[in-house]
Design a protein around this ligand. Structure first.
Ligand SMILES: [Zn+2]
Ligand SMILES: [Zn+2]
Length: 113
């Protein structure tokens, strides 16, 4: 694992500039820790207000649809209109992907992006 990772103790509040409103905002050490824990790559580019607005916009553009998961039968929200009954909740979908990737690895092949 030769990757250099930022240590939690090295985190400190950072001042960032929002790309939407141009206001400076604080990216707190706590938020950065969450960010690192999740393995996220892209540093947030918007302040909290603009992030909320941005998400609202995305939601408008991509309305969510209720589906019944084929696997666990739970109701789930998906960002696309289901064209068939072959739909899964995020959890089951991720499980399916993991299983598929495992199967591919067993065959000694590369996982497609
Ligand atoms: Zn902003
Ligand atoms: Zn499910």
């Amino acid at each position: 694992m030769g990757k250099s990772k930022i240590k939690e103790s090295q985190l400190e509040d950072k001042l960032l500039m929002c790309k939407d409103c141009g206001e400076k905002y604080v990216w707190t050490a706590g938020e950065q820790k969450f960010f690192l824990d999740k393995g996220l790559q892209n540093i947030p580019k918007r302040c909290k207000v603009c992030t909320a607005k941005y998400k609202d916009k995305l939601r408008e553009k991509h309305p969510l649809f209720w589906v019944k998961c084929k696997s666990c039968k739970k109701k789930a929200e998906v960002p696309f209109e289901p064209k068939s009954d072959d739909v899964y909740c995020e959890e089951c979908f991720n499980k399916k992907i993991a299983q598929r990737n495992e199967a591919i690895l067993k065959l000694g092949e590369n996982i497609p992006e």
